[in-house]
Design a protein around this ligand. Structure first.
Ligand code: SF4
Length: 461
């Protein structure tokens, strides 16, 4: 697409260990230690604190030139000791950064030595669990780091040989990061439809905490450790998104937990599929509460049809969210002219084409996978959308091209309320409709949508 694609210019993704932070912060009483230079953890703390508007502690082994030459074992052990003494966590996620991976530190062996030297066992009921995750950023993005960390957590806490004691629960594992508001919505829905469940990672409180008289060292909330250990006994797992969901696969292959993979419940059709999966598992009908929400969503779709029909949209971000948003836009009669997965994804292009063929085969969409902002900028210039949909980092394209930007995704650091943005379920779809439509209407008022929006023949009449 770009004529200058010999190098990445302004990556459209965050680095891989950032994904592991998003996963570990959804586990009760956990801390993350970055094995690498201090700058890595500072960048991540800053990014997440601006997005969630919460204090975010991330420890660092503070590797310097000496560690880079002689190995980082000493630093990592000191770091682990400090974290245990100061935070007293139940879980420490050790994520490697580019430098630790490049010098070739054998992190699992260092952790094993540390545990032996300090008499730390591996009993999840009493010992601090130290879980390594290999996350070199030159080998993947935050999307990979997130799912790798979840996989490591589930593998570490469920014993391969444990006897099966069915617990009647359902496991919910989103394949990509969702907002605290989304997680709350999923929890309520699964509880109403199935009853007992375990959702991993639960960031609904850890990244959106109520104010307290005294700030806890580790944010309250998160998925409880015994619940994670019990995921092997659940009656089913639902993975949200079709990207390779490693923990869902592991639970199926090792513990025989039946797996259901459905798209992220964004928009009408995808949310219907989520409810169908819950119905299949529980054998229950969809309650009136959700039937009514669905009805209100259909009503809202009819209401905004005259504003959104034919509106040309460019969507970029994490692959499953882009697929969900583009599907919903097609349902709304919009014209998604550009769909961009910022992270490299095995089957993004194929799945995107299949969805467009199914819903609106005449839609000519440029589909790009694993590109940087430079390439995205060129593509936006060429397709001239009416609206851009993606994270805050797209604002420079928005300003340069005079195209309104609807902020969805991570990071959103130049607006408030990212933690409260709801996107999933029927209620999330209604919020999306309002946000998309109001962005278009405001842009029209400011006359920055050019050419004027295309109306369908009925509206024009
Ligand atoms: S890309 Fe690598 S060096 Fe840069 S912040 Fe991420 S982990 Fe650290």
């Amino acid at each position: 697409m770009t004529e200058r694609n010999y190098v990445t210019v302004n990556p459209c993704v965050m680095c891989q260990p950032m994904g592991s932070v998003l996963a570990f912060k959804g586990v009760e009483n956990s801390m993350v230690l970055m094995h690498g230079s201090q700058g890595c953890s500072t960048y991540m703390r800053l990014h997440l604190a601006h997005h969630f508007r919460e204090p975010v502690d991330i420890a660092s082994s503070a590797l310097s030139e000496r560690g880079a030459v002689y190995g980082g074992s000493e630093n990592l052990k000191k770091g682990l000791k400090n974290v245990i003494e100061r935070y007293n966590p139940k879980v420490i996620g050790v994520a490697t950064t580019c430098m630790a991976e490049t010098i070739g530190d054998d992190v699992p062996s260092i952790i094993k030595e540390f545990r032996e030297e300090n008499g730390i066992g591996d009993d999840i009921s009493k010992d601090v669990l130290i879980i390594p995750v290999s996350t070199p950023s030159y080998n993947g993005s935050h999307v990979n780091g997130y799912i790798k960390a979840l996989d490591a957590i589930v593998r570490h806490m469920t014993k391969e040989t444990q006897e099966k004691t069915p617990n009647g629960k359902v496991n919910i594992i989103p394949g990509e990061h969702l907002s605290p508001a989304d997680i709350r919505e999923l929890k309520q829905t699964v509880s109403d439809m199935v009853g007992p469940y375990t959702l991993l990672p639960d960031i609904s409180d850890t990244f959106d905490a109520p104010i307290l008289d005294e700030l806890p060292k580790i944010a309250c909330g998160g998925t409880a450790i015994p619940d994670i250990a019990d995921m092997a006994n659940s009656m089913a797992s639902i993975g949200l998104g079709f990207s390779k969901n490693l923990p869902v696969e592991y639970l199926a292959e090792t513990h025989g937990v039946p797996e259901h993979n459905v798209p992220m419940p964004i928009g009408l059709m995808n949310t219907d599929q989520f409810f169908e999966a819950l119905s299949d598992i529980s054998g229950c009908e969809v309650p009136d509460k959700y039937q009514n929400e669905r009805g209100r969503l259909l009503d809202a779709m009819v209401d905004v049809h005259k504003y959104l029909y034919g509106v040309r949209a460019a969507v970029y971000g994490d692959p499953e969210k882009v697929i969900g948003l583009v599907t919903f836009m097609l349902e709304l009669g919009m014209y998604p002219v550009l769909a961009v997965s910022s992270s490299k994804s095995l089957d993004f292009c194929r799945r995107m084409e299949a969805i467009i063929d199914e819903i609106k085969p005449d839609c000519r969409t440029t589909i790009l996978d694993g590109v940087d902002f430079d390439t995205l900028n060129d593509a936006v210039r060429s397709v001239r959308p009416d609206i851009l949909v993606g994270d805050s980092n797209g604002k420079y394209i928005s300003q340069a091209e005079n195209i309104p930007l609807l902020r969805i995704g991570l990071p959103i650091h130049d607006r408030v309320g990212a933690q409260r943005l709801l996107m999933v379920g029927y209620r999330g779809a209604m919020e999306l409709i309002d946000r998309i439509t109001n962005t278009i209407l405001e842009a029209k008022e400011l006359e920055c949508v050019k050419p004027p929006l295309k109306m369908c023949s009925i509206c024009e009449g």
